[in-house]
Design a protein around this ligand. Sequence first.
Ligand code: ATR
Length: 270
Amino acid sequence: MNKYAVIGNPVDHSLSPTIHAQFAKQIGLSMSYKKILAPLDGFSVAAKNFISSGALGFNITVPFKVEAYDLIDEYTLNAKTAGAVNTIKVENGTLYGENTDGIGLVNDLCNNLQQSIKGKDILILGAGGATQGILLPLLECQPERILVANRTKTKSLKLANNFSEYGKVCGFGLDQIKAKPVDIIINATSASLDGKMPEIAPGVAAGALCYDLMYGKQTPFMQWARENSALAVTDGLGMLVEQAASAFAFWHGKTPETKEVLKSLRETTD
Ligand code: ATR
């Protein structure tokens, strides 16, 4: 049996087994995909045990994506610039590491939400691992510029500097974001996890597509966007399905259809 899994902590909530089962069905592939709960200090042991059991690949979710990077023999450019890995392929004893989060976001924006990124002004809130994971694929779509605004300004300045070779990206403090509207706002902070909204000027949301990388019916960011005249508001469920599709393609060489899978998940999670 082709063995795959997602390793995380917590992992119980993960929709990845459902998504990959639907993708596998599309191409008549027989595979197993399970959830592995690793102790917070036990990721590498859990990963190595799974590999020794004959695994062909696995996904990595919170909080192990950076730790997973250290296991890898060969990186894609996405994984390298993200400094984190969410997909590992095992082939003849070699571990190949990819990060499909940013591609997932871009594919959701462009294909599912019919947004073009080229020439757009994009504001990203947060300068942690999530932002680092999405910057390269976004910059490759040639936006006019990307503003990265973070509560701790030094982090956004550093991140912007690290990515400047790939396009126009500038770092700011959250308090420097004034009411000038942008085309797309992406919430890549972990504030929603605490039921909070990053503090920024409300006027910036007017007419923007507001995208929360978290998924859920109504995050504080989505509520803020609706109250402040956003053009459209979305959570990250589409990104979740699209990053899984890219991981599936990385393993199996075939890109699955995502629309029906996203639709069925939307029906069951709403
Ligand atoms: P992740 O891997 O999810 O990005 P992280 O690397 O810990 O997690 O980064 C969390 C991000 O959310 C950071 O940019 C953090 O801001 P700081 O760098 O100032 O800590 C941001 N964040 C978390 N809670 C926030 C809040 N209540 N308001 C604004 N930003 C917040």
